[in-house]
Design a protein around this ligand. Structure first.
Ligand code: G1P
Length: 288
């Protein structure tokens, strides 16, 4: 039996420079897609997958996320007095039992690998999931649930992948694929942001992972990789051959909400599912 996945690390310390000035005073993870901030989508996806402990790796100016997952007493009191039950319920919907959300600070922006390493004491020797909240994935079931189901069968380490255009491989971690069984692909190698000419395949890693705790020892080495940063991809690559390592070509659509286009598309895609918003969108498009 594979040890169950009960913990998730959500790295949320990034500066969000591609969204300035919107992200000058608010974290990029609090940008809404329709009515919910990005961080909430990631937490909801984790809960759907049966994950219990949420670990946020934060940085300076990220405190507002703690408030988002806490009571807003003044607001709740006013809504209660006014009898606005529905709004009250929505404002309380993200209140997990105390102790289930933890926060740890990444004190220096040294890369994704370093951010994950900052959570090592909270991960505490258990296998764990990672989700990058910028990567919003619409899937039924959600991508993390698909990952947990695949992990229960395969064990070891797992990355979510999707096929991308060859010229786009330089934006992602890319796998060297081995044998494929349905949606599961054996991972023989991993490289971070290769030049398209050198990319070992077009299977690109998106921001969902299930990792064994041994990855922390490799992150501890603090080897500097692509872009001068401590890369999660490099530490994961060292596990290949030591532990099972697979990619799951997940089902669903991924939006890169760290970019304006991806964020806009995510909003439009969510709006298209709401009959009222969809009809208004159609009007807008037809009249222009
Ligand atoms: C990170 C990872 C990369 C992965 C990507 C998915 O890169 O380092 O391997 O493919 O997320 O979104 P970033 O986009 O943070 O540069």
């Amino acid at each position: 039996m594979n040890a169950p996945i009960k913990k998730i690390v959500l790295p949320v310390a990034g500066l969000g420079t591609r969204f300035l000035p919107a992200t000058k005073a608010i974290p990029k993870e609090m940008l809404p897609v329709l009515d919910r901030p990005l961080i909430q989508y990631a937490v909801e996806e984790a809960l759907e997958a049966g994950i219990e402990d949420i670990i946020l790796v934060t940085g300076r100016n990220k405190q507002v996320m703690e408030d988002h997952f806490d009571h807003a007493y003044e607001l709740e009191k006013i809504l209660q007095e006014k009898g606005k039950e529905e709004a009250l319920e929505i404002s309380r919907s993200m209140l997990l039992e105390e102790g289930r959300i933890s926060y740890v600070r990444q004190m220096r922006p040294l890369g994704l690998g370093h951010a994950i390493w900052c959570a090592r004491k909270l991960v505490n020797g258990h296998p764990f999931a990672v989700a990058l909240p910028d990567d919003l994935i619409k899937g039924k079931p959600g991508a993390l649930k698909q990952m947990v189901e695949a992990y229960n069968e395969l064990g070891g380490n797992l990355v979510a992948t999707m096929d991308v255009a060859k010229e786009d491989t330089s934006k992602y971690g890319v796998i060297t694929p081995g044998a494929r069984k349905g949606k599961n692909i054996e991972v023989k190698g991993l490289v971070e942001k290769p030049h398209p000419e050198d990319a070992p395949s077009t299977q690109a890693v998106v921001g969902r992972y299930i990792l064994q705790p041994e990855v922390m020892a490799y992150l501890e080495e603090k080897a500097v990789g692509a872009g001068g940063e401590i890369q999660l991809t490099d530490a994961m690559a060292k596990l290949i051959g030591e532990q099972p390592f697979h990619a799951l070509e997940f089902e669903g659509r991924r939006f890169d909400c760290g970019s304006k286009l991806g964020w806009l598309m995510a909003n439009l895609s969510m709006a298209a599912e709401d009959p009222y918003l969809a009809s208004k969108l159609k009007e807008l498009i037809t009249f222009q």
